[in-house]
Design a protein. Structure first.
Length: 107
């Protein structure tokens, strides 16, 4: 179900391609969706990230701890906030661009 919801988000951002930052958002969401789909519905988290931030324990169904994580998994530790993936960062930049462009564009 999680992979399906990510797929729907990719479709939504793709349909809205002309909206500022939609291509970047599509890339970020698609990156996360591909990694999650390849790892049976869970985002791979590096063991170093687990040690640094304590995410991905036994009760966490959305993360899987791996010794050799995908470079697109949750491998970027950003203290004190948490552990993020490349797709998360692309999506965050897209949201920032969207907000700035929405404030600048006359309606």
């Amino acid at each position: 179900m999680y992979v399906f919801s990510l797929f729907l988000l990719v479709v939504f951002t793709f349909v809205n391609w002309k909206v500022p930052a939609a291509p970047l958002a599509t890339l970020g969401i698609a990156s996360n969706a591909a990694v999650v789909a390849l790892h049976e519905g869970a985002m791979p988290v590096s063991s170093a990230a687990v040690e640094a931030r304590g995410v991905g324990g036994a009760g966490d169904p959305l993360h899987i701890i791996t010794a050799d994580p995908s470079p697109f998994g949750d491998v970027l530790v950003i203290p004190p906030f948490g552990v993020y993936s490349v797709g998360d960062l692309l999506l965050a930049v897209a949201v920032l661009i969207f907000i700035v462009e929405s404030m600048r564009t006359p309606k």
